[in-house]
Ligand binder design. Structure first.
Ligand SMILES: [Ca+2]
Length: 399
């Protein structure tokens, strides 16, 4: 049962969004990492597993939900409603567009979307959170940098050491960072989501709730729905076999379909990009994503180092400069920022603040590699959690 704790913790977790621009690997506005739409089911599943473990044998559980969950591939682990999407004007326009712009067969798309389900839990989960407590890095990170996730990371790293080393050699992204991302995203594939991607994306593309950013969000999910169809066609995948989070993020690294199309890698050479079942593909794809978003192989030092700031607050003007390294070491020094280690003069940096609610804010000086991680998910908290989880796994592995 212990292992369930971080899942529940992740549920309650809100990102600390920094930027507002285009999509990362994930949906940039997704509310939580590894969110389960229905925690009750996680609990039911866990209870069943615990009973199985106690009895020491495989159990036949009579709950239909658990049986469905245990079954392979195209299971549906939620109560989707058949909704006649084909009667929706926006869906008809979408199909027209896929036919005229991408050469899809109309009858095929109609038969596909006739099977799609409306996922009300996805609609509920994208609604704005009620105003919460102030941002708190310590609270946020304690949900990721904790013994269970670290132990799972050690197992993952040991099992895939060869692949991680191969990715590091091919892309120049250290194993530690890849291990950090896959751990923060899904606890190494434990929690990849069981929604059919076509269902959640159709639901959010055409049935998004009434929020201030509704139009842009619908456009985002509509384009991801198109990407799903394009990916499935290009890679000869049955579209309904793609499973993901309530927001359509797929597999161990939680890539949106557009990111799979652009940055997915077949790293085990079986001819498929399978981010759900192939840890090799997940590892290669994460490394490729980071390199394509500015990861600098030649930087061998830490993506971020702690910093002290002077009491004069001259450095405050250096905060919130976007998710990019734009400051010269001299500018930081002149504004009263002292990094814990010497900063190579020829590089650029950003000043990162990690707020701790009522407690003191932590300051860090971050380089391009830190900001490459924020392209995965647009949050300082996220990037620093990835770095610290990777570091903790590495340290634990060395012991
Ligand atoms: Ca593959």
């Amino acid at each position: 049962m212990k292992s369930i704790v971080p899942l529940f913790a992740a549920l309650a977790l809100a990102f600390a969004p920094i930027g507002q621009a285009d999509a990362g690997a994930k949906d940039p506005h997704a509310r939580s990492v590894s969110a389960k739409a229905k925690p009750g089911k996680t609990k039911a599943k866990a209870t069943a597993k615990t009973k199985a473990a106690k009895s020491g044998k495989r159990v036949s559980i009579k709950s239909s939900r658990v049986i469905k969950t245990a079954a392979a591939a195209a299971v549906i682990d939620y109560d989707g409603e058949h909704s006649n999407f084909l009667e929706w004007q926006a869906m008809r326009e979408f199909i027209d567009e896929m036919v005229s712009q991408h050469g899809f067969d109309r009858a095929y798309l109609e038969s596909l979307f006739a099977q799609a389900r409306f996922i009300d839990s996805a609609v509920q989960l994208v609604k704005p959170m009620p105003p919460g407590k102030p941002k708190n890095w310590q609270v946020y990170s304690s949900r990721f940098i904790e013994p269970i996730r670290i132990a799972a990371g050690v197992r993952f790293w040991n099992e895939h050491a060869t692949t991680l080393a191969r990715a590091e050699a091919a892309y120049g992204v250290p194993a530690e960072i890849i291990v950090g991302i896959i751990g923060v995203e899904t606890i190494y594939g434990r929690d990849t989501g069981k929604f059919r991607v076509l269902d959640t994306l159709a639901t959010l593309a055409f049935g998004y709730p009434d929020t201030p950013n509704r139009a842009s969000r619908m456009q985002f999910f509509r384009s991801e729905l198109a990407n799903t169809l394009l990916f499935a066609r290009e890679h000869k995948v049955e579209p309904f076999s793609l499973l993901g989070s309530f927001a359509g993020a797929v597999g161990m690294p939680q890539f949106m379909p557009g990111s799979i199309l652009k940055f997915g890698v077949d790293f085990n050479g079986d001819g498929q990009i399978d981010l759900r079942n192939s840890p090799e593909d997940a590892i290669g794809s994460v490394a490729n994503f980071l390199v394509q978003h500015g990861w600098k192989t030649e930087y061998r030092d830490a993506p971020a180092v702690p910093a002290d700031v002077s009491p004069n607050h001259a450095w405050e003007k250096l905060l919130d400069r976007g998710l990019a390294a734009t400051l010269r070491p001299e500018e930081l020094r002149a504004a009263g920022v002292t990094a814990a280690t010497a900063l190579p003069a020829e590089r650029l940096y950003g000043l990162v603040d990690l707020q701790n609610g009522a407690e003191a804010t932590e300051y860090w000086v971050a380089n391009d590699n830190f900001f490459a991680i924020t392209k995965y998910n647009r949050s300082y908290f996220y990037a620093m959690s990835v770095i610290e989880l990777g570091r903790a796994v590495s340290a634990s592995r060395a012991n």
